[in-house]
Design a protein around this ligand. Structure first.
Ligand SMILES: Cc1ncc(COP(=O)(O)O)c(C=O)c1O
Length: 382
């Protein structure tokens, strides 16, 4: 057993160090050929025609809303039960986030929770594949199409997850991905947009690079001088070639990392099955999670509150985390339009916690963690 058990450790090896060093030695460190290769490889892996690498998932979400023409006066439905970046992206374009509740078992929006908050001003939906658990893409995509509302998929956590036998991302209008170290694969910071629409991808590439009609990489690679034009106001949301070099190595690890996470998650599920008042996240009927976050939900029968569980785990050298946040409860969203209740979101964020899961987690670590949880059940009076 390790001295302390972290909640997550990124899997970074000599190969990543070598790839980053090669990029540095090549002299091409800004967005260049490695970014282009990373885009091709990642989009192929998730079954999308186009990949547009950016600086983070937050900037990917921001650009996706720009590309869909969302702006002031519009409403965008998002789950409150998500990292705050999902809601913030809506504010970046001057639109209003409207919070939808989530299903208690998947932590994801459903057709019913979305429909409840839909209005005539709904200009887009951002649905999250929370913690790697896919939302019901078939049902939600179909409903969004019937409503005539574009659907952005926040797949920040979901590289390697599947739904209906296909990778998350395949067949989506636009998906946004994160390569932050808390995710299954990482480039330090970094993000990607995947989509099938080649024309929209051209615009997204322009928007991430100051609105230029030809990328700096293409200009520098050309033997002839190319005079660029700035077709619209863009941003600098580029990924570097050093990050992409690391990302390309990480892509080769993805399947193995997901398989290992799924094995460890299955073992957690088995060990925790008999712990009263504790429900562990699992695959939905239609798909498979990469278990980017392995969360458990406590009910009153557990007998001990979530925060005390976190403290007891910390005292025993286990670095767990509170569950996913609820954006509507944060000070930054106190002036957001009132919701008519997000009971599942509030229950999940109050009563859930995320247990350690990473490639260095041993069976002894898992036994230690489950042992603490088992001892805690019903111990509130002690
Ligand atoms: C669901 C979700 N969306 C967006 C983000 C933002 O990702 P990034 O840190 O790459 O901007 C995160 C990060 O945790 C996330 O979990």
């Amino acid at each position: 057993m390790s001295a302390t058990i972290p909640v997550m450790i990124p899997m970074l090896g000599e190969e990543e160090a070598q790839a980053a060093a090669d990029a540095v030695r090549s002299g091409w460190v800004a967005q260049g050929p490695r970014v282009a290769e990373f885009e091709r490889s990642f989009s192929a892996l998730v079954g999308a025609g186009q990949g547009v690498a950016v600086s983070s998932c937050t900037t990917a979400l921001h650009l996706s809303l720009i590309a869909l023409g969302v702006g002031p006066g519009d409403e965008v439905i998002v789950p409150s039960f998500s990292f705050i970046a999902t809601a913030n992206a809506v504010r970046y374009v001057g639109a209003t986030p409207v919070f939808a509740d989530v299903d208690l078992q998947t932590g994801n929006v459903t057709v019913e929770t979305l429909d409840r908050v839909r209005t005539g001003r709904t200009a887009a939906i951002i649905a999250v594949h929370q913690g790697g658990v896919p939302f019901d893409v078939r049902a939600v995509r179909q409903a969004a199409a019937e409503w005539g509302v574009p659907l952005v998929e926040d797949a920040a956590c979901a590289a390697g997850s599947t739904a209906y036998g296909a990778p998350v991302g395949a067949g989506s209008l636009i998906s946004a991905w994160s390569f932050h170290p808390r995710k299954v694969i990482t480039t330090g910071e970094g993000g990607m947009l995947t989509l099938d629409d080649a024309d929209r991808a051209v615009r997204l590439r322009r928007l991430r690079e100051h609105g230029m009609n030809v990328s700096a990489a293409d200009r520098h690679a050309s033997a002839q001088p190319i005079l660029e034009a700035y077709l619209e106001t863009g941003w600098n949301f580029r990924m570097t070639d050093i990050q992409a070099a690391v990302g390309l190595v990480q892509l080769g690890r993805l399947a193995g990392l997901v398989a290992q996470r799924r094995r460890l998650a299955a073992r957690y599920q088995e060990l925790l099955a008999d712990v009263e008042g504790l429900w562990a996240v699992r695959d939905p009927a239609y798909g498979e999670s990469n278990f980017q976050s392995f969360w458990v939900l406590l009910s009153p029968e557990f007998g001990v509150g979530r925060d005390r569980v976190l403290s007891e785990l910390a005292a025993a050298g286990v670095s767990a985390r509170r569950g996913i946040m609820a954006s509507h409860l944060e000070p930054a969203y106190q002036d957001a339009p009132p919701t008519d209740g997000l009971p599942n979101t509030e229950r999940l964020t109050r009563d859930s916690l995320i247990l350690p899961l990473h490639h260095k987690l041993t069976e002894a670590d898992q036994d230690h963690i489950v042992g603490i949880l088992s001892k805690l059940v019903g111990s509130s009076a002690s």
